[in-house]
Write a protein that binds this ligand. Structure first.
Ligand SMILES: C[S@@+](CC[C@H](N)C(=O)[O-])C[C@H]1O[C@@H](n2cnc3c(N)ncnc32)[C@H](O)[C@@H]1O
Length: 228
């Protein structure tokens, strides 16, 4: 799935309400020794404040040339240095092991299969310094939300329709203007724990939100930190 079309041109509006995660990822970046890497960096929404607050260069990897172009011009506007690389997070390879690899905005859910995610986690584990961290967030799938939203027009943040494929654990989000579709494949807590396990990482924290909320049966967001 390419983000070069309709989604890239509306991502600013789409993500305008997402602000809570920034301080969380900035705090982890401040604690990290070694290079900082954002997987699926998009338009730099998180990487730019991370670079500004830490005064360090952030390596940002993304498949979409259009999203990277936005990141480049936004970074130039505020005068920060991002090392933007067009590429696939499944093929992550760094010249120097990282202190922190992070993936905000549920972007790991764009990887369709267990094999894609396992490969990504193995690449992340191989790219971290000993003691380095990987952090990400993803929603916990809620059947009630799916039932309420399936096939219904949503006006905000950008007019769109969600369709749920239960058999493929997939959500297709289709924008009404421009018609681009972005797909997300949801994952359970055990899948995430399995990925940490098979890649030889160790779970540090699982929270239910970005402000350290306890993870409970009612949590709707997984906020994971794992260490090499
Ligand atoms: C929801 S945006 C996240 C952007 C940014 N990280 C943020 O927090 O706002 C998802 C991004 O994932 C990128 N993406 C999807 N699959 C990818 C892959 N396999 N490797 C690298 N980037 C990918 C898309 O191009 C898009 O820019």
């Amino acid at each position: 799935m390419s983000w070069d079309g309709a989604f890239a041109s509306r991502y600013d509006e789409w993500s305008a309400h997402m602000t809570e995660d920034v301080a969380f990822y900035v705090a982890l970046a401040r604690e990290a020794d070694g290079p900082l890497v954002e997987l699926a960096v998009g338009n730099g929404r998180v990487a730019i404040p991370v670079a500004l607050e830490t005064r360090r260069r952030v390596i940002g990897i993304d498949l979409s040339a259009a999203m990277l172009k936005q990141a480049r011009s936004r970074a130039a506007e505020v005068g920060v240095d991002l090392d933007l690389r067009e590429g696939d997070m499944r093929d992550l390879e760094l010249e120097e092991p990282a202190g922190l690899v992070y993936c905000p905005a549920r972007a790991l859910l764009h990887l369709p299969t267990w094999a894609d995610r396992r490969r990504t986690f193995e690449r992340v584990a191989a790219s971290l310094r000993p003691g380095g961290r990987v952090a990400w967030n993803a929603f916990a799938f809620d059947h009630k939300v799916a039932i309420a939203l399936d096939g219904k027009h949503q006006a905000r943040p950008v007019p769109h329709t969600n369709r749920y494929s239960v058999g493929d654990n997939r959500i297709d989000i289709t924008l009404e203007e421009g018609g681009g579709t972005s797909s997300l494949w949801w994952a359970t807590k055990n899948e995430w724990l399995g990925l940490i396990d098979v890649s030889g990482l160790r779970l540090e924290t699982l929270d239910g939100g970005f402000a350290g909320e306890a993870f409970t049966d009612d949590s709707r967001e997984y906020v994971f930190v794992a260490r090499r």
